[in-house]
Design a protein around this ligand. Structure first.
Ligand SMILES: Nc1ncnc2c1ncn2[C@@H]1O[C@H](COP(=O)(O)OP(=O)(O)O)[C@@H](O)[C@H]1O
Ligand SMILES: [Mg+2]
Length: 163
């Protein structure tokens, strides 16, 4: 299932993330792609808030993984500095990607085939200074249900769905 959403401010992106976060579940994997500065971390801030974490979410570029306590453990992973799956293997990725918490992974493409098949892919594109387009693709029943719920509750600029 896919759905496309667009936002026109960081606040709106946080709102979108919050709605998604409130629907995520133990074992959820959100795999984010998109150029630097498109809004992956801003979306993660919203998702974490929607999961009940009220602290500050920064970009984990240097430490690779940040852990936050929401209603589920949140693993915020940034693979920007990873050259590819070989370096990701050294991270203990199994505990992160197949966890009892939620994995939010920026630069997920660097993990290649190490990502679980069941996941929510999010491709982010920047259209101008403040307009961002988020294309979601859900695989697996629980991720599909979460995306379906997001689509039904989002009242932002755009939302369409195809299966
Ligand atoms: N609609 C929007 N959604 C998200 N961020 C936006 C939006 N419009 C402008 N921005 C700005 O774009 C930047 C996104 O930064 P960040 O989330 O760190 O990007 P990434 O993690 O993809 O590198 C921030 O400076 C933010 O204020
Ligand atoms: Mg980032």
């Amino acid at each position: 299932m896919t759905a496309v959403f667009s936002t026109s401010s960081p606040e709106e992106t946080r709102d979108l993330g919050r709605l998604l976060g409130s629907r995520l579940f133990a074992g959820a994997v959100v795999a984010l792609r998109g150029e630097l500065g498109t809004g992956k971390t801003v979306l993660v801030q919203g998702i974490s808030a929607g999961l009940g974490f009220d602290g500050y979410v920064s970009s984990p570029s240097f430490v690779v993984v940040n852990e936050y306590d929401g209603r589920l453990p949140i693993y915020h992973v940034d693979l920007y500095r990873m050259e590819g799956p070989d370096s990701v293997e050294g991270l203990g990725y199994r505990e992160l990607f197949w966890s009892r918490g939620v994995a939010l992974i920026e630069w997920a493409e660097r993990a290649g085939g190490l990502l679980p098949d069941d996941r929510l892919d999010v491709a982010v594109e920047s259209r101008d200074r403040t307009r961002r387009v988020f294309e979601f693709r859900a695989k697996g029943e629980r991720h599909e249900r979460a995306l379906q719920g997001l689509r039904e509750t989002w009242s932002g600029t755009e939302g369409r769905c195809s299966s």
